[in-house]
Design a protein around this ligand. Sequence first.
Ligand SMILES: [Zn+2]
Ligand SMILES: [Zn+2]
Length: 215
Amino acid sequence: MEIKKIEGKETSLGPISNTFIIISNGKFCVVDPSHSLVQIREVLGDFLLPNQDRTTGNELILDKVIVTHCHFDHVEKIQDFIESDIPIVLSRKCYQNLQSSSINYSCMLNDKPLEIIIPKNLAEFPQDNKIILCDEIWEVIDTPGHTNCSISIYKDQNLFVGDVMFAGNSFGRYDLPTGDRRELVNTLEKLENLPSSTMVHPGHGEDFKLAEWRK
Ligand SMILES: [Zn+2]
Ligand SMILES: [Zn+2]
């Protein structure tokens, strides 16, 4: 498995989250679609959409998108993926939350609140806390607290957490809509039980080893 990162940044309209690209078995998945297909091509070179035939045999195929939670800064470019018919993995609560501009917090950009409706045929909900990404089984961990819909995904000591925890012993806000401090504490305790050599890939800022993080 190879992991690439497109750094998020602060803009005048608010933050943009990190986007991660997980590459395996000739396919790739995108964690948090805050960057466009064009921006992903700048990092990966040419790739194919699921309905396109391989020509050279070497191109990667875009398999799925994963949304860690409903906040707008993590899904800014999701329409790009919807229009390309890419399956979108998310929690059932996230599916609902995305439809509300107050809960997805895009209402803070009063010039362009987003109400995101994912077509039913593209939404993929984890079953038994498992999901298949690039033909491999990943564990899905419910990690509420920052929002009630937050999920983290884990495989081979790689953990993608969205806004649950950050480098420098920091953690996500719990004062936004659907946030809950007690739930966030429980979530952080749960994640701390993973192997200490786990690499954590957060929605903002630097990646870090779980061993370096102490709340
Ligand atoms: Zn964020
Ligand atoms: Zn967030």
